[in-house]
Design a protein around this ligand. Structure first.
Ligand code: F6R
Length: 609
């Protein structure tokens, strides 16, 4: 995620406003912070890793000269949260400073090219290529203006970005650009502002100008000019008046972080598709060599592991053992050895049980790999190799966007391993990759078309004393996750089983009106699932089915149904099928009058065993 802010004031120093605005963007990232200002043609930079207040205590962020500047609050994606990786990043001469939110996909090629031309890189970030690219463009074309050089450089960048860039060569302007990452301008009589989100400047103005993908903006003390990156043509756009309060603005108008984060999933899933191939390749190489692989996690992350065990088995023919981290020592501790590999999955990277399992594996010389959303967390420090899940900070206590991001990364990893092992055909791999690319749009469709319906279903079943969640195959993991979401935020006792297991005991609970949620992708389990639905119906259960669009067979049996787009491959189905269950939990909690962002007795990061 990350937050960026820039401002040019007609009077006074910019740094105190940049500092306070970054504080309001801290929910977008908080592992490092930095500010660059220009005064009398000279660049000033202060930056370090740590929360804004911590860094401010040491460097005094307000004490910087200049009426113009840019700032950044970071959520690491490339490079650990260290001072050297904090933004702003500069070129070799220190004349150009850049802050960035997004992921530059082709940074490795650009970096190599620029290094060959003599540029020195100091950080591990993708962002650092941008100031060097501008510097090189100006070197090769000395007649270009700063704006023209930025424009030419942007054309070489692939990936997502919101940039704010300043240069001592033209010290009276900020140039911004947007592709996929959010960017918005604010204006008042005293200055102009650019930011990742409206809350950053809401204290000083409620006049905002939305910037679209593919646009470049030139800010000066007198105003703003928007141009299309593709052809440099001008764009006219007037400011709008924002009616949000500061609190609403942080949630971008959503009443809760949980629903905001559910809606963010198309974007976060797109980000997972930008993970550098060599990280996946490295992890897949370790998995390929392992004698046995344990997938270790807690809660929602464990459900991602459970789904991954089906992915690895079906795509790469690799049997893996999903284990609750809290049980790892007792269940597997003695058998772990130098030939074992442990893939730990943790949103926070700090969960005590998961860290405990990792330590146990390390003591026994096993290889530790991990997947986490927090680069710089304990997990990243103690793993041999890790991958970031690219979901940005998750503030709602219930995991939503981080679950689907974990699934997307695990699916990519399983595909990478499948390629290595040659176990499935190239056609099958291509088809799955195409479907993964389509997933952000599929999730967008689900939220757009099903949310209203799910609200009604939540209303209808809100007084149920207990819920069942059933699925077969990989949908077992989806069912487990649906149950956990409903239980933890709506406090309705819920039960989840592989559908086939339900008749070995749990079915005795069923009586008239008992709600049973069935997860029904159109895969090899479809026919058997219909049998399980019939068994439940025969005992009076009310069936809520999550089905593929147009699945008339199951729709005709269900009391209520929720549709996901057609043609989702079984192995990827937990991603879209989990989304309606997140919404069901959210709206049920609202119906019951609970705050879904802060379920009782729970914490976002569980750091005790
Ligand atoms: C459920 C939830 C928890 C976490 C669990 C593990 O919505 O958020 O079950 O999944 O505490 O946390 P991480 O993934 O941070 O290790």
């Amino acid at each position: 995620m990350c937050g960026i802010f820039g401002c040019i004031l007609k009077e006074g120093n910019a740094a105190p406003l940049i500092h306070s605005s970054l504080k309001r963007l801290e929910y977008r990232g908080y592992d490092s912070v930095g500010i660059a200002t220009i005064s009398d043609g000279k660049m000033y930079i202060k930056k370090d890793s740590g929360k804004i207040d911590e860094v401010d205590k040491i460097v005094n962020l307000d004490d910087m000269p200049g009426n113009l500047g840019i700032g950044h609050t970071r959520w690491a994606t490339h490079g650990a949260p260290l001072k050297v990786n904090s933004h702003p990043h500069t070129d070799c001469t220190g004349e150009i400073a850049v802050v960035h939110n997004g992921i530059i996909e082709n940074f490795m090629e650009l970096r190599a090219e620029l290094q060959n031309l003599g540029h020195t890189f100091v950080s591990k970030t993708d962002t650092e290529v941008m100031p060097h690219l501008i510097e090189e463009t100006l070197k090769q074309n000395p007649n270009l203006t700063f704006q023209q050089a930025v424009l030419a450089s942007l054309k070489r960048i692939e990936g997502s970005y919101a940039f704010a860039i300043i240069s001592t060569r033209e010290p009276n302007k900020i140039i911004c650009a947007r592709n996929e990452s959010p960017l918005v301008l604010g204006i008042n009589g005293k200055g102009v502002f650019c930011a990742s989100d409206i809350p950053a400047f809401l204290e000083v103005t409620n006049k905002a100008v939305m910037i679209n993908n593919g646009e470049l903006v030139i800010l000066t003390a007198d105003g703003y000019e928007i141009r299309r990156i593709s052809d440099n043509s001008p764009v006219t756009r007037d400011p709008i008046k924002v009616e949000w309060t500061a609190e609403m603005a942080v949630k971008q108008g959503y009443p809760h972080f949980m629903i905001k984060e559910i809606h963010e999933q198309p974007e976060t899933l797109r980000n997972t598709l930008r993970i550098q191939d060599h990280y996946l390749d490295l992890l897949a190489t370790f998995l390929d060599r392992a004698n046995e692989v344990f997938l270790v996690a807690c809660g929602t992350s464990y459900h991602a592991c459970l789904a991954a065990s089906y992915m690895f088995s079906k795509l790469a023919f690799l049997p893996t053992y999903p284990v609750y981290a809290s049980e790892f020592l007792e269940q597997c501790g003695k058998s772990v050895n130098i030939d074992s590999t442990l893939l730990a999955v943790s949103q926070s990277g700090e969960t005590a049980d998961t860290i405990g399992a990792v330590s146990c594996a390390q003591q026994r010389a096993a290889t530790v790999l991990s997947l986490t959303n927090v680069i710089g967390s304990t997990m990243t420090r103690i793993s041999r190799v890790y991958i970031g899940t690219q979901a940005g900070p998750e503030i709602g206590v219930a995991a939503t966007k981080t679950f689907t991001s974990q699934l997307s990364v695990l699916a990519q990893l399983a595909l990478k391993l499948a390629k290595k092992r040659g176990k499935i055909s190239q056609d099958e791999i291509d088809c799955l990759e195409e479907n993964l690319k389509k997933m952000p749009d599929d999730v967008e469709t689900i939220v757009r078309t099903q949310e209203e319906k799910i609200k009604q279903i939540a209303k209808k079943y809100v007084d149920s004393k207990v819920f069942f969640f059933l699925g077969r195959g990989i949908s077992t993991a989806t069912a487990f996750e649906g149950r956990l979401k409903l239980m933890e935020i709506a406090y309705i006792p819920s039960i989840a089983f592989p559908a086939g297991e339900s008749k070995h005991g749990p079915i005795s609970l069923i009586e008239d009106g008992f709600p049973v949620v069935f997860i029904c992708p159109r895969d090899d389990t479809h026919k058997t699932v219909i049998g399980n639905i019939m068994e439940m119906k025969a005992r009076g259960a009310h069936i809520i089915a999550v089905v593929e669009e147009g699945d008339k067979e199951i729709e005709s049996l269900a009391d209520d149904f929720i549709e996901v787009p057609k043609g989702i491959p079984s192995i990827l189905s937990p991603i879209p099928f989990a989304v309606p269950l997140q919404l069901l939990a959210y709206y049920t909690a609202l119906e019951k009058g609970y705050n879904p962002d802060m379920p009782r007795n729970l914490a976002k990061s569980v750091t005790v065993k």
